[in-house]
Design a protein around this ligand. Structure first.
Ligand code: ADP
Ligand code: MG
Length: 392
């Protein structure tokens, strides 16, 4: 399709977003910098995005009145929340423009559909998902192939930050784990021997133009993203090229519009597997705000407003540290909280502190992130290490 841009700075220049978390907040910042107003649909009062958006429709993501109210403010709508009902996205597709489409988001919401889709793409791009088996009933537990053990049992829907996952070594453990899933449909994945994890951020416009960012390398702690290094210091030029080509193939096959993040595993034998995709800007792409010419959030604005996509070149090495609520606590066994020494973190050269405006610091809650930019990766990593000492 040809682009039909929604230009900024007119009385119609308002972009809608489903979801009010930090991703919506950073989207709003980028949209406002370009001259758009932002309207947020989110049930929670005072959420991170509503604190900065011009309009807040306080309703559930599937509330008909809320959806039509959002539509009055904005006819171009996106999502920052992966589990938004596809029907809500389809609603905006009928009376305006929505990106990404409900059909694309539906695939990303269902690990089995996602794996089937990746497998089909792999016939073309050569990068396969982990061997897997759908488990909806006890009979599926019994018929799962032996060579998928040891493996990981994951709920097909609603999993994130390692939630809804159990590692199983034996069929007895698999049975017990599935019994604990309360009948939710699951997928058993073979446990792969990971060397490290990477993610590839891609974006595509309605006209089919697509861009791909450098490879980001991710470390998780307790299932939650802990650090991202970009460009990945471990990835070989060969793997990087293959991952970027696979990501571009996937986004084109999907006919996707907007920013998409795809996670890959690099295995100990140097081969690669595709893990999962997020139909939105991603935590591992936060470094693009401070280290790339166009941030992932500005890219999402451009795709949604049907503008030309921005330059994805990275101008600085970047090391991103996620700030979880845990750093407000003195130690693991106390309930007393103190405000972290942000002044000391900001004194580190190259530090960009981002806080999301969440009133309550809870353990494992994403409160903010810090990106350290530098002229070399070792320098950026050293800065990150200093921040870890300060934050405890
Ligand atoms: P989430 O939606 O919670 O991010 P993921 O599927 O990405 O779920 O799994 C979380 C983490 O678990 C991954 O980042 C990786 O470290 C590990 N993991 C997931 N699947 C596998 C697998 N098949 N083999 C080895 N490790 C895995
Ligand atoms: Mg993941």
């Amino acid at each position: 399709h040809p682009r039909r841009p929604l230009l900024p700075n007119t009385d119609k220049s308002c972009l809608g977003i489903l979801g009010g978390g930090q991703l919506g907040r950073m989207f709003a910042h980028a949209a406002q910098a370009l001259g758009y107003k932002v309207a947020v649909l989110e049930p929670e009062a005072g959420c991170p995005a509503a604190q900065v958006a011009e309009h807040h429709v306080q309703a559930n993501y599937d509330d008909a009145t809320g959806l039509s109210e959002l539509h009055k403010f904005a006819t171009s709508v996106t999502t920052e929340f992966e589990n938004v009902p596809a029907d809500s996205l389809d609603y905006f597709a009928r009376g305006g423009f929505v990106a990404p489409a409900g059909a694309c988001v539906s695939i990303a919401q269902d690990r089995l559909a996602e794996k089937h889709f990746f497998t089909r793409c792999a016939l073309n791009n050569g990068v396969y998902p982990a061997p897997h088996w759908g488990i909806a009933t006890h009979a599926d537990v019994l018929s799962a192939p032996d060579d998928l053990l040891p493996g990981i049992l994951k709920t097909v829907r609603m999993g994130y930050d390692g939630k809804g996952q159990v590692r199983v070594r034996t069929r007895a453990e698999l049975e017990a784990a599935f019994a604990g899933m309360n009948g939710q449909h699951c997928i058993l994945e073979k446990m792969l021997p990971l060397a490290y994890e990477i993610s590839v951020l891609v974006a595509r416009g309605v006209d089919g133009e697509a861009v791909v960012y450098p490879i980001a390398e991710n470390v998780h702690r307790d299932g939650i993203l802990f650090t991202t290094l970009a460009p990945s210091p471990n990835v070989s030029p060969d793997i990087a090229k293959k991952a970027q080509a696979a990501a571009l193939d996937i986004i084109a096959e999907l006919g996707y519009v907007g920013v998409l993040c795809i996670e890959f595993f690099v295995l100990q034998d140097g081969t690669m597997a595709v893990n999962e995709m997020a139909p939105r800007p991603h935590n591992s792409g936060h470094y693009t705000i401070d280290a790339c010419i166009t941030s992932q959030f500005e890219q999402q604005v451009r795709a949604l407003a049907q503008l030309p996509l921005g330059d994805v070149r990275q101008h600085s090495a970047a090391a991103m540290l996620n700030i979880l609520g845990d750093v407000w606590y003195e130690n693991a066994s106390t309930d007393t909280q103190h405000e972290p020494a942000w002044d000391q973190v900001m004194a580190i050269p190259g530090a960009h502190v981002h806080l999301y405006g969440k009133a309550e610091a809870r353990r494992a809650r994403k409160m903010g992130h810090v990106t350290f930019v530098a002229t070399s990766m070792p320098e950026a990593q050293a800065a990150l290490a200093r921040a870890c000492v300060i934050l405890g």
